[in-house]
Design a protein. Structure first.
Length: 67
């Protein structure tokens, strides 16, 4: 497991334990992975949106240049 992923896992586990009182390791692990998956999804959506906008701009410039 990478060091960054392990650090995020420990951080999320500490937050869940402190603020939500989750003590079961099985429950904590399930919630951790769900939160990490949600974070990855948000980052992916933001990246794809940005790339899509930039790509649209490139196609518009190419189309204009061809006319």
């Amino acid at each position: 497991m990478s060091t960054n992923f392990y650090a995020i896992k420990l951080f999320v586990e500490a937050l869940l334990s402190k603020y939500f009182g989750v003590k079961s390791q099985k429950g904590v692990t399930m919630i951790e992975y769900a939160l990490i998956a949600a974070l990855i999804a948000v980052i992916a959506i933001a990246t794809i949106t940005t790339v899509g906008t930039n790509l649209n701009s490139v196609f518009n410039r190419v189309g204009t240049a061809l006319n």
